[in-house]
Design a protein around this ligand. Structure first.
Ligand code: DX5
Ligand code: ZN
Length: 229
């Protein structure tokens, strides 16, 4: 069970401190939401910010690209210290090539599926994937409500990954992103996710000292007990 707080909801004026507090609080990954005002309406952060936070943490930086086109930006993030890079397949002309370029740059690679994007996008690239990220909100903003139909889609992708691994394929992480809270993460884990992005849930419930240890532990405990149901 990996908890990946999204810095989209962090205090951007204190990002270094914020990511250090995430790592000190037990976060497994730092999730970085990159939006370009083209593929999605919002505009957030570029590779310079990734490079700036890189020295503040040793945990992997998980870059979620909501940009079109993908390739040049992906390579910039690889150079800026990203460990995992995911992108939306409909934003790339040549999905297989983009996945390979990310891996050639030394990063783990994954695809992101929006709520209405068919799972069939995974069909011919399973052996190229380190992660599948399912969006449980439409991309663009933090603080939206979890779309319930994501649970059946999670179960379907979990079956595909298990089949792939049973046939000798590499393990693939299954990440969920959008509207994840302490009160629904158990059901999400039960549906097959193993990696959980949480933005507003983490940054909206700091500990009295300003850290995030408490909320990260509550998310993890609820995910672990949900998965064992
Ligand atoms: C949405 C982003 C998410 C978002 C999650 O486009 O990909 O990572 O920040 O935020 P919460 O957890 O607040 O729904
Ligand atoms: Zn994201």
């Amino acid at each position: 069970m990996r908890i990946a707080p999204s810095i989209l909801s962090a205090d951007f004026a204190r990002l270094g401190e914020e990511v250090r507090a995430l790592q000190a609080g037990g976060a497994d990954l730092v999730h970085v939401d990159v939006m370009d005002n083209h593929y999605v309406p919002n505009l957030t952060i570029g590779p310079m910010v990734c490079k700036a936070i890189r020295p503040h943490v040793t945990i992997p930086i998980d870059v979620h690209l909501m940009v079109e086109p993908v390739d040049a930006v992906a390579l910039e993030f690889a150079r800026a210290g990203a460990d995992l890079i995911t992108f939306h397949p409909e934003a790339s002309r040549h999905v297989d090539r983009t996945l390979q370029a990310i891996r050639d740059a030394g990063c783990r690679a994954g695809l992101v599926l929006n709520p209405a994007t068919p799972v069939a996008w995974l069909d011919h690239v399973m052996d190229r994937l380190d992660m599948v990220l399912l969006m449980s909100v439409n991309p663009g903003y933090g603080g939206q409500s979890f779309i319930e139909s994501s649970l059946s889609k999670l179960r379907e992708v979990r079956r595909r990954i298990d089949t792939h691994v049973a046939a000798g394929g590499r393990p693939i992480w299954l990440e969920i992103d959008g509207g994840v809270k302490v009160d629904n993460i158990g059901a999400i884990a039960a549906a097959g996710a193993d990696t959980f992005v949480a933005g507003s849930a983490v940054f909206g419930s700091p500990d009295p000292d300003g850290g995030y240890r408490g909320v990260i532990a509550r998310l993890r405990d609820a995910a672990v007990s949900g998965a064992s149901r």
